[in-house]
Design a protein around this ligand. Structure first.
Ligand code: HEM
Length: 246
């Protein structure tokens, strides 16, 4: 069976499983209809593509403008993996890369406004009454740019998430919640974390990202473009193939 080919009774992915249920659940046509199929697949692509792509664009930009941090990621790859293809299993051993992952989310603020919620009852917060039915949109600036918590929030510094001996500081890592929280937490969190890890580490393993020779742009001169997700305005990167390749 070719990849992406649907074979009855042998679902290999979410789309196969949905098609199968469309066949077996004919009594439930509203849930497993052609229209629902299109809506669900569009939903996954809409929610998954821009967010993941923006995170990766921020990650490349930040590593390119901080070559010493990029080298630390490369060194970690060399130490823990070498030149073989990187696997998801490797992620647990790569704490510096994990810290970069978190710092890219914090610095880039890819999802600065989390999904809206509605108050289910009246409650008081900081001396103010919030009425039942009020829409609440969590804005993460107050957390990600908090000077009391981070000291130097404008600086890209993955080390802030690590102890001196390189262990992840759990309480700091838990402050970074780009996927939201609770019942409506991002459905693709695991996929995004795993694919983000594989994309970034595989790129850094094979290439060094440098500012193009004719571009003297600094990170500070790049604008953040705010929308449903935050992205960065277009930039160019020079990819230099790492010499130590098979
Ligand atoms: C870096 C990548 C991503 C980020 C930062 C992100 C972030 C978010 C956030 C903040 C929410 C709202 C959560 C809330 O209301 O508390 C959300 C919802 C959602 N995300 Fe993601 N997401 C990412 C990737 C993906 C991927 C790859 C998929 C699917 C393939 C996906 C599918 C969804 C869906 C379906 C929802 C709606 C869940 C619901 O309302 O029940 N996301 N995401």
């Amino acid at each position: 069976m070719k990849l992406g080919e649907y074979k009855k009774g042998e679902p290999t992915c979410f789309i196969d499983a949905f098609i199968q249920r469309m066949e077996t659940e004919k009594k439930n046509p509203e849930v497993f209809s052609n229209e629902a199929f299109l809506v669900v697949v569009t939903d996954l692509f809409t929610a998954g593509v821009e967010t993941t792509a923006n995170w990766l664009l921020f990650a490349i930009l930040l590593l390119m403008t901080h070559p010493e941090k990029q080298e630390k990621v490369y060194q970690e790859i060399q130490e823990k993996v070498g030149d073989r293809p990187i696997e998801l299993e490797d992620r647990k051993d790569m704490t510096y890369t994990e810290a970069v992952f978190l710092e890219v989310f914090r610095w880039g603020k890819v999802t600065i406004n989390l999904g809206p919620r509605q108050a289910v009852r009246d409650f008081e917060y900081n001396g103010k009454l919030v009425k039942k039915g009020t829409s609440i949109v969590p804005n993460m600036y107050s957390v990600y740019d908090n000077k009391i918590v981070w000291g130097d929030p404008n600086v890209f510094r993955p080390e802030r998430f690590l102890t001196e001996d390189g262990q992840l500081i759990k309480e700091k890592a838990e402050r970074i919640i780009p996927f939201g929280l609770g019942k409506r937490v991002c459905l693709g969190e695991m996929l995004a974390k795993e694919s983000g890890f594989l994309y970034l580490t595989t790129l850094v393993q094979k290439y060094r990202f440098e500012l193009p020779d004719n571009i003297s742009r600094t990170l500070a001169s790049l604008k953040l473009v705010e929308g449903i997700t935050t992205c960065v305005e277009d930039y160019s990167a020079k990819l230099v193939k790492r010499e130590k390749l098979n």
